[in-house]
Design a protein around this ligand. Sequence first.
Ligand code: PBG
Ligand code: ZN
Length: 329
Amino acid sequence: MTDISSILQGGYQHPVSRAWQSKRQLTKSMLMYPIFISDDPDAEEVMTTLPGQRRWGVNKLENFIGPLVKKGLASVILFGVPMKVQKDPRGTLADDPEGPVILAVKKLRELFPSLFIACDVCLCEYTSHGHCGILHDDGTINTPPSVARIAEVAVNYAKAGAHCVAPSDMMDGRIKAIKQGLIDAGLGNKCTLMSYSAKFASSLYGPFRDAVLSAPSFGDRKCYQLPPTAKGLARRAIQRDTAEGADIIMVKPALPYLDIISDAAQVAADHPIACYQVSGEFAMVHAGARAGVYDLRTMAFETVESMIRAGATIILTYFTPDFLDWLDQ
Ligand code: PBG
Ligand code: ZN
């Protein structure tokens, strides 16, 4: 005879009762769409390593983003791609008032008043050496000027109208410096600070670095991005960033780091938790589908729902336009 308590299938035999098994379900407002802004205002350049994604010029944003907003797009995060102009060691172009990010923020604010606009803050797209901070002569990170410069860029994005600034550089102390900078500029209560807190030195950033031309010209990022094995260090980084004034904590990449997302949900229990399904994860899901390993849509849902199960409430993903359609079907 079967024991009554051994029978679980009665609880999930219908699509509706299956949906009830999740603590939280994916909704459109959880999605933040990463977009690449070129300094060529008319660009709509296809990128082969990121299926379906393009580098967009500011003049193209209305036709690109408009239909997505109509479908329920709630937020975007902007990455600048300076293709034409000369880079320097301090990343002067990052907050060029005529540069792609600042122009795009102003344009999007004007076109789509309801859209939440975040800006990634980093120097690697703009430095001649391709590292995320300012360097000593021996090529190591010089922390104080790096932090000062990152904070300056973040405040300039906020002044341009960004609803959120999101530093991805991993310099120690930048959250505190940015928060103070925002407060000093009178923007403390007008701009959200989302920290890439637990950002790992991953092999999954390749397509992104091709997309924004930000691969380091020498060395790697292992002295500032976290070692993939570092669970304790990730928890300490999350604790530190909440103490320094972060409003949102992010884990990146997402799928190989679900335990870290779960830790973040515990360590920063009173903060929203974001995770970034990065370029290499997106490319991997596509590659597997192309190879016949699984159905693209089913796998995209499975990956993102695992992140939500682990504790994420905000998902940065290149699948956002697809999910806006899929969630309507
Ligand atoms: C820049 C930055 C990177 C990503 C976001 N911001 C790349 C890196 O650190 O090398 C990765 C995003 C992706 O792979 O989709 N600091
Ligand atoms: Zn960087």
